[in-house]
Design a protein around this ligand. Sequence first.
Ligand code: AMP
Length: 453
Amino acid sequence: MNKTFQQLGIPAVLEEALGKQQIFMPTDIQEKMIPEMMAGGDVIARSETGSGKTLAYLLPIYANLDGSLRGTQAIILTPTHELASQVYKQAELLAESAGMANVGCALIIGSANIARQMDRLKTKPQIVVGSTGRILDLIQRRKIQAHLVKTIVLDEGDRLLEDGHIADVEAVIKTTLKDRQIVLLSASVDEETRRRAKRIMRDPSMAHAGQGALVPKGISHYYVLTTQREKFVELRKILAGERPVRAMVFINNPENIEVTVDKLCHHGIQADGIYGKSGKLERKNALDAFRSGKINVLVASDIGARGLDIPDVTHIINMDVPEEATFYLHRAGRSGRKGQSGVAITLVTPYERRWIHKYEKAWGLQFVQKEMSYGELIDSKKTKKDLDVGPRERKADRTNGAEEVKVVSAVKKTAKAKSLPKNEVQEEPMGFLAKKAKLKAQKEENRRKTPKK
Ligand code: AMP
């Protein structure tokens, strides 16, 4: 028998607020995490995507807030702006449904107007959600006072502890008092993450939900053997045959997102794209259109895979094989949320097929080979020999379509697409401290190069 929220130590007012959102019983991760967080210690939580992780930490934060005290009591760090605004919305909704008029939350993200954020901070909100670089910047400008902070959450913490982010995360933590609590959550917590977490956490307890099933069980995993050149044709066939309610199409190279969206629209498919470097408004519009059903195909880089909670994503289509095993997990986890079923289809060249075996091993998944035949996704036994692979194709397969990219971008010379980094997976590729260090190094280099008079 599951415990109720109150039995886990959550005040009645918050439980009632959840009821207004049709949330009545805790999920597995909430049941495990809430008591650990309420006890005040550091926590590492691993749970499959879409399992209610956000409320698992928001509820104890709200339960422990001192509403009579103005100033930051909890900082929630996320690796992407989308995830930050999603968490912010849940936090605001919770405060609103609980009638906690004295509790404020501020969304502090890199690409937004800093002056407006400083104005918001003047009201001394108790919760600050956002990206590490901007939050650190504002702490250093003394716009955020960190001495009242009781809890720091690292949402999608494995990403936040990667090189390029970890220095900023450590710097934020250093500005808070020693007795604060640090909570790290992710769908994937590997040995390296644990090792890095030890640097910043004290004797963390583990809250792991599910029986090691990191990808929701309702997702079927398929792969389609094809050539790099044929991938777009396959994508169209799948979209036409499967008629997804909502499909997310993942692409490694952001340069290809715009081109793919254009091509889909050209074929009368309602699609839009999101990637790290698209404008904030463009990304918001694309996500809103996808959520509301105005478009039913969203083309994304891995930034789209992390943490986004979009209901009814029935299909995940990987045009490119994810570059890391964890990326597969996060991409596939965008569907099959809250016990729904979903389909994840990965288009692989013969060269890329080995990755499928890697994911099977890494995550204990079973992939079924499929092909589209007369509008239906059927079991397939196609081999490399059945594909029309010429020498040029073989090379493109090995380079993950890099050759094809060159041809396409030569035709479509948008300055914007050209300026994008080749391998974008991070919202904030370089942290505040890393940027500062780079600037310093550049100055140093210039000084060395300038001949002395
Ligand atoms: P998350 O894993 O935080 O992205 O949450 C996924 C979705 O589950 C969100 O839409 C939440 O509102 C919803 N949710 C969170 N906790 C519960 C719960 N205990 N019962 C039902 N739905 C929930």
